[in-house]
Design a protein around this ligand. Structure first.
Ligand code: GLC
Length: 451
């Protein structure tokens, strides 16, 4: 592994820009050249942050394109389909049958679930990085109401007990698709195999089965989609029938971070902040009262369907530092947890920060997607959160290790966190030339480039 000093920052930024240019479709940027041919919700946000440093037109296009698929009820879908490649991906747009919903747009094909709402804080990055502030202000004016409408959707349709904690109803909504956090609720899903609609996976054409979710997972993913179709995408009906209804700390942290960004942006454009402030205070309170686990120093998830806590072993439970949700004492506990064997490894199992799952757990798998590998977007959020609390060295380490992994292995989708495996040539998995790894690398390196 190269040391940090040997990284050629300029070359890395140039390659990152080349990757984004290669994945650009004319209206938005694909997450990856082949594996993901459509526009994905939170990817678009991270990608826009990268562009905001050097190509504002494209940063704006990312959000415009994504929100062109916003549903009437405010939901912003997980996928906006690219008609050119519709059938290269499963589930394709037809499979979702979103025409059953009164809210789905008629002129855009989308999936019928959402993703972590990064767009509020993305808009703030766009504004902050803009050189032409007048133009940026107009863009804030354009996007603010749309993003706010999405927050209304979450608090009105995904928070049945008015706790300020919104739920996800599909593992894909979490962004951390096959995290072991979802194993227990997924295992409880029983269904008649004969009755799930027939389907053929396409992801395995472009990715190693060993690194991808299993067929067992996929059957359950599809079963959940079938429930939404049968409920005509009516949220109240789905809530009654859906066996997967979970409050995820990552998702809620991102919502809080975006609430805060909208509150700050609102002052620029004279928008009212009362509702946003109320939501936000309630969310933070409930995160700390309901999801915080003082014994383990991490935020847990909560399974609303079974009315029980899911003890968190995934890095998602550390991310609330990003939205400044913990107090100083809790933040210290989070750092202790991050530095303990359960994330940073022990002498004989030394890991790059930050594994997406506790490396000492029997469920940990260093190669399999969200069951252990390092992901650049998670490191980026942790880096910013830790910096805020004054954990400067650790924040820097997260950034350096992210850059080292990218520099040495390439702009992969995810990386093997186990260090020092003799003879291991490859630590980057999933898709190569992955857009958010490129975009966030640009953001990480911005300071260095300016020097
Ligand atoms: C996978 C990831 C998800 C990402 C998508 C597109 O489904 O789990 O977080 O948004 O790929 O990159």
């Amino acid at each position: 592994m190269h040391t940090a000093e040997l990284i050629d920052f300029k070359a890395l930024v140039a390659e990152a820009k080349d990757i984004l240019a290669g994945n650009w479709t004319g209206k938005f940027t694909k997450p990856a050249p082949n594996l993901y041919p459509h526009q994905w919700n939170w990817d678009a946000g991270f990608i826009a942050i990268g562009y905001s440093h050097y190509y504002m037109d494209r940063a704006e296009s990312e959000l415009r394109s994504l929100f062109s698929g916003q549903w009437d009820n405010g939901m912003v879908p997980q996928i906006i389909f690219n008609p050119e490649f519709d059938y290269n991906y499963f589930p394709s747009s037809d499979f979702w049958e979103t025409w059953r919903s009164f809210s789905a747009p008629e002129n855009k094909k989308t999936s019928g679930i959402t993703m972590p709402p990064v767009h509020g804080f993305v808009l703030q990055h766009i504004y902050d990085n803009a050189k032409d502030k007048m133009r940026a202000l107009n863009f804030v004016k354009e996007m603010f109401p749309k993003i706010l409408k999405m927050h209304h959707y979450f608090y009105n349709h995904r928070d049945p007990f008015n706790e300020g904690l919104v739920y996800i109803r599909h593992p894909w909504e979490s962004g951390t698709d096959n995290s072991p956090t979802w194993d227990a609720p997924m295992e409880r899903i029983t269904f008649d195999k004969i009755k799930i609609p027939p389907y053929k996976r396409k992801d395995l054409d472009n990715g190693h089965a060993e690194h991808r979710p299993t067929d067992y997972d996929y059957n359950r993913y599809i079963h959940l989609i079938d429930i939404y179709r049968k409920c005509d995408y009516n949220e109240e009906a789905i809530l009654e029938r859906c066996p997967f209804v979970i409050q995820d700390p990552l998702f809620n942290c991102i919502l809080v971070k975006s609430n805060q960004a909208l509150i700050e942006l609102a002052t620029l454009i004279d928008e009212d902040v009362e509702q946003l402030t109320k939501w936000n205070e309630l969310s933070i309170k409930s995160m700390n009262e309901k999801l915080w686990n003082p014994k383990t120093g991490i935020y847990d998830a909560y399974d609303l369907h079974n009315d029980e806590r899911i003890e968190m072993q995934a890095s998602s439970g550390l991310i609330p530092v990003y939205a400044h949700i913990p107090n100083a004492e809790q933040a210290q506990q989070i750092v202790d947890r991050l530095l303990s064997k359960s994330f940073s490894g022990s002498a004989d199992q030394n890991t790059y920060l930050c594994p997406s799952y506790n490396p000492t757990s029997p469920k940990f798998n260093p190669k399999k997607y969200w069951r252990g590998p390092v992901w650049i977007n998670m490191n980026w959020m942790l880096h910013h959160g830790l910096k805020h609390y004054g954990f400067t060295d650790l924040a820097e380490q997260l950034k350096q290790e992210s850059l080292e992994l990218i520099n040495h292995y390439g702009f992969y989708e995810y990386f093997d966190p186990i260090k020092d495996v003799v003879g291991k040539e490859k630590q980057g998995y999933g898709s190569h030339r992955f857009s958010w790894s490129a975009a966030l690398c640009i953001d990480f390196l911005q300071d260095e480039e300016d020097d």
